[in-house]
Ligand binder design. Structure first.
Ligand code: IVH
Length: 721
């Protein structure tokens, strides 16, 4: 090796290695070196190119960003139209599409289908000549797009040089591939089509960064991707977490491609990321089943998808089917129910919660969103409104997904007419006029008038009487508000001092109703300790934590006397719960309430040994999510515990089962990623059922135990046989 060729060879070798690492990382999702080792290679390459600028070439991995800011984007005419897709909204639409396909190709046509998630980003076309990336364009109107080559070069998952096939890749990586990879050669020219997008996590992080820098934040990952790709300065684009997925080819030469599946595999060998959830089927029933699975698993994707695309695999059949307007007959998009809608923000009102947190809420012009009419949506906090510049009167995007309550994403700025009013957050509590406080580092404003503010009190009483707490049936928001305004209730313990006379002025309260309500209040005194702990409304203490506390202390006095250290070591609890509990009982007003509850005869002890029906679920850990058809969450938890199981709040590798009901969200998605078995209500009941045949069951287990009713689980005592 002569000294003159040595750097050139080293540079070539480094580029080759870096490309291969990119391929392993972005395409195979299987990196073989650490980030540090990769960075070292890049550093070495940069240093060599710095020393020998004449060896620097535009396709070097160091040259992703370089072009000066553009004044405008040149127009690019697509050599072949970039099509759009027809939509299907239910299975009937899918079958109808399939019928149309069969009608053209003949009922006995041999069909294969490729099914891929429909990524919600923006379509681009990348042109490669002799293996090098030469041009990138947006879709535009499908005929003419914009030249964003310099910006696309900065997207790490867009290869600058096509990868020549090494023999490390085989069709076996695509388990259900029946199409061998025929093409090992590089194309002389090739247009690759795909989607530029942003992962949800990257989008959230980007928005945080933009908000911190006082810059406008994007409404959703798609807008963020589009905005980032259309930056005039490529260095700005380079700083955005954009990614690229390939899903099709445009015109190509020097290679033979016969089907969509073959194309996806070929694109992969060339170094393009393709969707790992793409599948090929030969049976339409399997297509339907795969799609049905995605309708509930949508939240497990790391990017936003707005549906599933189904394509006829064979290119010959595609050509025969042709295109109507912009929509090919050979493909269809099965759309997920929309999670976003646009409507008018009529007003912003603030609510005071039971811990004094003041939250802004949007009053909306009613709008239909994934099957329900939405009238109100969360605006989270003051910063959220200012960062997004949300104004009253704005057209706003509202989102509803998984188990989260609907929230406002942001305004549609280009639909403003000038009459929109910026919002000023109140400085005083709307209920008691106390100046609001904001703890440093927290987003929330609070009313510090704890224990006295009537709004907090109403919320606390509502919480105290709710199903998961003391379960006092018959006390609605209206009645509670009235008792509070009339001064009859100053804390939750005052409920137990209510008398029949106090109801006399209440509309709709006849003698029967009054006596039922007083009975319900009386009966609630016997609730188990954990329900009382829930009822106190301590921050971060929900039913799972309350159960752990009741089991550990067995007595409210002991819990009140406990220190931080003693609480935080209890399994499933942590420092923030412990701090919150200690804090709660430091307030004299809270200790007074407990004393009053005790004096009224409310049960303050027990808890630990619950009625145990069987050991059927011994050693099994469950997480509950979504709404079950019959059982409340508390009842389901109670059922699991009464058969020896444990209920926790978050899904981890240690979780044995996730019980999911309607509108289950991220917990369900997480369970799916971790391959944790998912049960519906019926499956849970089945699992908990003792092994013996019902008739053999010892009579004791079907005789309700004395404590059953007190625990509000009478209806669950398990006569399912
Ligand atoms: S195929 C028939 N496949 O959806 C050719 N498109 O509504 C059309 N998209 O403009 C493209 N993921 O931006 C295809 N796996 C996928 C896709 C996909 C997202 C977008 C693309 C296209 C739009 C059509």
């Amino acid at each position: 090796m002569t000294t003159a060729t040595e750097p050139a060879q080293r540079i070539a070798a480094l580029r080759e290695q870096i490309r291969e690492h990119n391929y392993r990382y972005h395409v195979l999702d299987d990196p073989s070196v650490s980030d540090a080792a990769y960075d070292a290679l890049m550093r070495e390459l940069r240093a060599l190119e710095e020393a020998r600028p004449e060896l620097r070439t535009p396709d070097s991995p160091t040259q992703r960003v370089g072009a000066p800011p553009a004044s405008h984007f040149a127009k690019v005419r697509h050599p072949q139209s970039m099509l759009s897709l027809g939509n299907a909204f239910d299975e009937a639409d899918l079958y109808a599409w399939h019928e149309r396909v069969l009608k053209i190709l003949g009922a006995d046509a041999q069909l294969a289908y490729v099914v891929e998630p429909k990524i919600d980003g923006l379509a681009v076309a990348l042109t490669y000549r002799d293996g090098r990336f030469v041009q990138g364009a947006t879709r535009g109107d499908g005929e003419v797009g914009e030249d964003v080559t310099a910006n696309l070069r900065s997207v790490a998952t867009v290869p600058l040089v096509l990868r020549e096939r090494k023999d490390d890749y085989s069709a076996s990586e695509n388990q259900n591939s029946s199409t061998p990879i025929a093409n090992l050669q590089l194309p002389t020219s090739l247009e690759v089509r795909g989607e530029v997008y942003m992962r949800i996590a990257d989008f959230d992080a980007l928005n945080e960064r933009l908000a911190a820098a006082n810059e406008r934040i994007a409404a959703n990952p798609r807008n963020a991707a589009a905005g980032s790709l259309r930056q005039k300065d490529p260095t700005v684009t380079a700083g955005r977490p954009l990614r690229f997925f390939a899903y099709a080819v445009g015109p190509f030469a020097g290679v033979t491609l016969r089907s969509q599946w073959e194309t996806l595999n070929y694109l992969k060998t060339l170094g393009f990321p393709v969707n790992r959830d793409a599948r090929r089927f030969t049976d339409f029933a399997e297509v339907i089943a795969y799609c049905a699975g995605w309708m509930t698993r949508r939240d497990s994707l790391e990017f936003e998808a707005d549906g599933i695309v189904i394509k006829i695999d064979d290119f010959g059949q595609q050509a025969e089917l042709g295109v109507v307007g912009r929509d090919p007959r050979w493909a269809i998009a099965y759309k997920f129910p929309a999670r976003e809608a646009i409507t008018r923000l009529l007003n912003i009102v603030v609510n005071v919660g039971r811990t004094g947190v003041v939250t802004p809420n949007a009053e909306l012009e009613p709008v239909q969103l994934s099957g329900v009419v939405v009238r109100n949506a969360s605006l989270h906090n003051e910063d959220y409104i200012t960062q997004r510049d949300i104004r009253i009167g704005d057209r706003v995007i509202v989102k509803r997904s998984g188990d989260v309550i609907p929230y406002v994403i942001g305004p549609v700025v280009n639909q403003r007419n000038g009459n929109e009013q910026p919002y000023t957050f109140p400085t005083h509590c709307p209920a008691c006029d106390t100046p609001l406080e904001r703890v440093d580092g927290e987003a929330a404003w609070r009313c510090p008038n704890f224990g006295i503010c009537p709004a907090q009190l109403v919320r606390r009483v509502e919480h105290f009487v709710s199903k998961g707490a003391m379960d006092i049936v018959g006390l609605g928001e209206k009645q509670v508000e009235l008792f509070v305004t009339k001064g009859l209730i100053k804390d939750v313990a005052d409920l137990y001092a209510l008398r029949a006379e106090d109801f006399s002025e209440l509309e709709g309260f006849g003698a029967k109703k009054i006596s039922n309500l007083l009975d319900a209040i009386e009966q609630s005194k016997q609730r188990p300790l954990d329900r009382l702990i829930v009822g106190l409304g301590i921050r971060y203490v929900g039913s799972v934590a309350a159960q752990a506390l009741a089991n550990h202390f067995g007595d409210l006095d002991k819990l009140m006397a406990a220190g931080q250290a003693e609480i935080e070591v209890i399994e499933g609890l942590g420092p923030s719960v412990a701090t919150s509990i200690v804090d709660f009982f430091q307030h004299e007003s809270n200790r007074d309430v407990v004393a009053k509850l005790r004096a009224a005869g409310v049960n303050m002890s027990g808890g630990a040994p619950r009625a145990r029906h069987s050991d059927q679920l011994e050693g099994q850990t469950f997480v509950l999510t979504g709404t079950l058809p019959n059982l409340t969450r508390e009842q389901a938890a109670e059922l699991i515990r009464s058969h020896g199981g444990k209920v926790t709040d978050s899904v981890t590798k240690k979780t044995n089962y996730v019980v999911a009901g309607a509108s289950a969200g991220s917990k369900l998605a997480k369970a799916q990623t971790l391959d944790i078995p998912i049960l519906d209500e019926a499956a849970l009941l089945e699992l908990a059922k003792p092994d013996q045949a019902p008739n053999d069951r010892p009579s004791a287990s079907s005789t309700p135990q004395a404590s059953d009713q007190d625990q509000g689980t009478g209806q669950l005592t398990f006569d399912l046989g």
